[in-house]
Design a protein around this ligand. Sequence first.
Ligand SMILES: Nc1ncnc2c1ncn2[C@@H]1O[C@H](COP(=O)(O)OP(=O)(O)OP(=O)(O)O)[C@@H](O)[C@H]1O
Ligand SMILES: [Mg+2]
Length: 320
Amino acid sequence: MVAAEGDPIPNTPELIVAGNASVDLLLGPLTPWPRPGTEVLVEDAAWRVGGALGNTALALAGLGVPARLVWDVGDDMLAGWLAAELRAAGDAPRRLPGPASLTAALNHPDGERTFVSHLGHLALSEPDALAGAIDAAAPGDLLLVGGSFLLPRWRPALATLFARARARGVLTLLDTGWPSAGWTDALREELSSTLTHVDVFLPNLDEARGLLALPDATPRDALAGLGQLVAGRTVLKLGAAGAAQRNGEEVLIAPAPELTVADTVGAGDTFNAALLCALRDAVAWPQAVALAVAVASSVVASKPRRYPRWSSLHRRANAT
Ligand SMILES: Nc1ncnc2c1ncn2[C@@H]1O[C@H](COP(=O)(O)OP(=O)(O)OP(=O)(O)O)[C@@H](O)[C@H]1O
Ligand SMILES: [Mg+2]
C-alpha cells in the first residue's frame, strides 16, 4: 500500500475521536423575530455538517491527518447526507433508527445566532462503540470525546470509560460543550467525577465559569479552579484572545492573530483537531497550544473554509 500524506508512520499513536455529529441548517439574516403564525423569507440558506465530532473530523480531514471515528447517525435522508459528507474523514457511522440530530441556526444581522435543535439520533446513542475503541487502543494513542453533553446515554458511563482508557495508557481529552439545560449541581458533580480521569480538558471560558459556578472568573481564576478538578491539565479557549494554560503558577496565553473573521462555527472543534495532531507528534505544550490557536484562527478567517496541511505546519514548527 502506498502511504498517503498524513498517514501515520509505523508506531505513530492513533487519534480516536468520539462524539456527536449533526446536521446544521443555516438560515438568515433574520430580523425582526417573526410573529407566531407568520412567514418570513430570508436571503441565505445552507446545510452544514455540525456537532463536535463532525467539525473535528472535517478539520482532521482538511489537515490531512487520519483518525479513528466513533459516531452514529440516524436513518433518514439527512443522516445519509451526513455520512456521505464525512466519508473521506474516516470510519463510517453506525446507523440508529430515527431522524438525524438537527439544528436550525438562525442568523441575525448583528452576527448573533439563535439555535433551535432536535437531539434526534443522539438520544439513542450508546457508548458501547466507544468502549470497544478504548479496548482496541494501544498505549500512547489519544482519545478525544467531544459534545458529551449532547449524548445523554454516554454521560453516565464517561468516568468509567476514561478511567479504562487511562489505565491502558491512552491520553484522554474532553470537550463537553455547553450544557443546553444549564449548569446544575448534579451536572457539576457528574462532570467532576469524569475530570479526575481526564488528561486534557478543553472548555471555553464560559463553560469553565459555569462549571466552577464563578461567573466572573478570569482565565487565571478558571485555570486555578480547574486545576483542582482535572487529573491532567486544562487548555482554556478564549475566542479572539486565543487560548490559555498553566505552567506551574504562571498563566501562558497563546494569543490569536488579529484577523477578519468569516465564520466562527466549529472554531473550538478545529482547535481540538490541531491540538490532537500536535500532541500526537510530541510537540511541546506551549507550542502545541500556539499551533492550535494559529490553525483555528486561520480556519475561521477563511472563506470558503480552508484548512492548512498538518505536514507543512509541523515541518515549519520543527524548523523554528
Ligand atoms: N474572533 C476570533 N478571532 C481570531 N481567532 C478566533 C476567533 N474566534 C475563535 N478563534 C480561534 O478559535 C479558537 C477556539 O475558539 P473559541 O475560543 O471560540 O472556542 P469555543 O468557544 O470552544 O468554540 P465553539 O463555539 O466552536 O465550541 C481560538 O482559540 C482562536 O484560535
Ligand atoms: Mg467549544
